[in-house]
Ligand binder design. Structure first.
Ligand SMILES: [Zn+2]
Length: 124
């Protein structure tokens, strides 16, 4: 990309508009995934086995599904938060130190609210 410096702000807005669309898509995907996970927990496909080992596996699967469900819920919260920040014009800056978040990091984790320094300090 080779844009003029005085077009910078405008192109940023467009970029975030794209990110916003991307985030909304992620949100829809996660919502679907969450519905599926919840369905799996309520109606397991396989009947409960009498075999102890398989029963243990079934419990483990439920825990994994629980974990996945929680992870999806957390991610949904983070994405909603990021969309709100785009709307407020705060997107792309760290919530803790106020520094600009590295664009590469934003691309990798579009719903992040912390710069890499603060994130590693916070332990995630
Ligand atoms: Zn920071």
């Amino acid at each position: 990309m080779n844009r003029l410096a005085n077009k910078h702000e405008q192109s940023d807005m467009k970029e975030y508009e794209q990110v916003r669309g991307q985030l909304i898509e992620m949100l829809e995907e996660l919502d679907e995934r969450l519905v599926k996970i919840t369905d799996d927990v309520k109606h397991p496909d396989e009947p409960v086995s009498k075999d102890f080992e398989e029963q243990a596996t079934q419990v483990e699967n439920d825990q994994v599904l629980d974990y996945l469900g929680n992870a999806a819920r957390i991610e949904i919260e983070q994405i909603r938060h990021a969309i709100a920040r785009i709307d407020k014009g705060e997107y792309g800056t760290c919530e803790l130190c106020g520094e600009a978040i590295n664009p590469e990091r934003l691309k990798a984790v579009p719903f992040t609210k912390m710069c890499i320094k603060c994130a590693s300090r916070a332990g995630n």
